[in-house]
Design a binder for this molecule. Structure first.
Ligand SMILES: [Zn+2]
Length: 48
């Protein structure tokens, strides 16, 4: 799983959200988010 915010692989599972999806915390940017890689396909292409 990748961080949807910064795209880092340095994420850890941090429980689940109300809808049962896994919640992850990114060690790089510090953001917590529910895993949703299909809709949040923001890549380096977007950053540039
Ligand atoms: Zn991140």
């Amino acid at each position: 799983m990748l961080c949807p915010v910064c795209g880092s692989e340095n994420v850890v599972k941090n429980g689940t959200v109300h809808n049962g999806k896994p919640k992850v915390m990114c060690k790089d940017c510090g953001r917590q988010s529910a895993g949703n890689p299909e809709n949040k396909n923001i890549s380096q292409e977007t950053k540039d």
